[in-house]
Write a protein that binds this ligand. Structure first.
Ligand code: AMP
Length: 419
């Protein structure tokens, strides 16, 4: 189905073609007509599904191709609230790309950096603001912007915003918006507190739900390497001897772990940098830019920092540590194999992590093939239990437990259908 059949205006269709998009993804095909009709939307979808374009395209269209205007008279007519600076930047880039022939402009507001460039962008006049909650409120409170003219609100990654403790900020932002507006609400998961929050924001919403990550999971070549904890670094260097791996995104559970991996790789002449919450904003952006341009081979990330990292043509994800939360595995490997591209996800699993692997296999409802040809096979089969592990029951794991039915929370199934 071409974009034109969704009645998308020519300037946007042209930009989408320039981006190399030929047809809408499932969430775009479903959500765009709903939004264009002016309805509120509750979208259950995560990064990797094309959800940014699913809201950006109709917003650009609804705000209308800008006629010649006095830039300073632009009003903030759409507000996108998102949890992390990386996501905010990526959403801003998407609006700029898809809207490049519309005359509409956008600016991105996030904390951890000097506020002055953001203030001057606002002073110059802006149609669309993409913001993280804290800095947005800060600038509103200082009087640098107001939200009285917002016609379309997007709450992006609502579950993550709640996890990160932004609920009070979100409520404050909501109170500043006009009551009469269109609201779009996206969340990867729909636990009860999210459903409750959505009900207070949306009016008679249409619902759209896609779980393509499960189909992404199907197309990704997944492998498990059983390995002793102390050999994980050596195994990583061994794998990276394969020059077919042009770039790899490596996940560690902790920031400290990420830094240690980077040091080890650098010692072995492999270009690498870490991206996590302790890094300065410009260091994170530089690392991400170098990685995207493939001038740096390995980006080592923790889960929070990696959420929303969007790298086209990323072929390899390596889980240096298994996450103790099974859903995180799906998020991590969903960074590769996007938009029909090839993808390989290699996970290192030591003796202690075997129970996390079992949780993952239950969630994705399949056994992950084992790579037993690498030179660092697991020798120590008896995990040393931490006091925390010893203290808990056999059935549980430290992360959220799967629902009692054993059914995955997001409805992943072997068939990849949304339940
Ligand atoms: P998102 O879920 O918004 O993070 O998007 C995931 C990736 O899909 C991004 O790299 C987009 O550039 C890409 N993408 C979004 N829509 C399309 C489309 N219709 N065709 C091809 N790629 C797309």
């Amino acid at each position: 189905m071409p974009f034109r059949s969704l009645s998308i205006i020519e300037p946007v269709v042209k930009a989408l073609h320039e981006e190399g998009y030929t047809s809408p993804t499932p969430i775009q095909a479903e959500a765009i007509p709903i939004i264009l009709e002016g309805n509120d939307l509750l979208g259950c979808a995560q990064t990797g599904t094309g959800k940014t374009a699913a809201f950006a395209i109709p917003i650009l269209q609804l705000l209308g191709a800008a006629e010649k205007r006095n830039d300073k008279k632009r009003k903030i007519r759409s507000l996108i609230v998102t949890p992390t600076r990386e996501l905010a930047i990526q959403i801003g880039d998407s609006f700029s790309a898809y809207g490049r022939h519309t005359g509409l402009n956008n600016t991105v507001i996030f904390g951890g950096v000097n506020q002055n460039p953001q203030i001057s962008a606002l002073r110059n006049g802006v149609d669309i603001v993409i913001a993280t909650p804290g800095r947005l409120l800060d600038l509103v409170n200082q009087g640098f912007l107001h939200l009285r003219d917002v016609e379309i609100l997007v709450l992006d990654e609502a579950d993550r915003m709640l996890d990160m403790g932004f609920i009070h900020d979100i409520r404050k932002i909501l109170a500043m918006l006009p009551k009469k507006r269109q609201s779009l609400f996206f969340s990867a998961t729909m636990p009860p507190e999210i459903v409750k929050l959505a009900a207070t924001i949306l009016s008679n919403p249409s619902k759209v739900s896609v779980t393509p990550v499960s189909s992404t999971v199907e197309i990704i070549n997944q492998q498990i390497c059983f390995v002793d904890k102390g050999n994980k670094n050596s195994l990583l260097v061994h794998l990276l001897k394969n020059q077919d791996i042009r770039t790899a995104l490596v996940f560690t559970r902790t920031k400290h772990g990420a830094d240690k991996v980077v040091k080890y790789l650098q010692k072995h002449n492999i270009t690498a940098a870490a991206i996590h919450g302790n890094k300065a904003q410009n260091a994170r952006q530089r690392a991400l830019a170098n990685f995207k341009e493939q001038t740096m081979r390995v980006l080592v990330a923790t889960d929070i920092a990696a959420r929303g990292i969007d790298v086209d043509e990323l072929e390899y994800v390596i889980n240096f540590d298994m996450s103790n939360i099974a859903e995180t595995y799906v998020h991590r490997i969903g960074r590769t194999g996007r938009a029909g591209a090839k993808g390989t996800a290699i996970s290192f699993c030591d003796a202690e992590e075997k129970e996390y692997l079992r949780d993952v296999e239950k969630l994705i409802a399949k056994k992950i093939p084992v790579n037993d040809t690498h030179p660092f096979p697991l020798m120590d089969h008896n995990p040393v239990k931490t006091p925390k592990q010893q203290g808990r029951s056999n059935s549980g794991h430290p992360g959220p437990k799967p629902p009692a039915s054993g059914k995955p929370k997001w409805g992943y199934s072997r068939s990849g259908k949304n339940k």
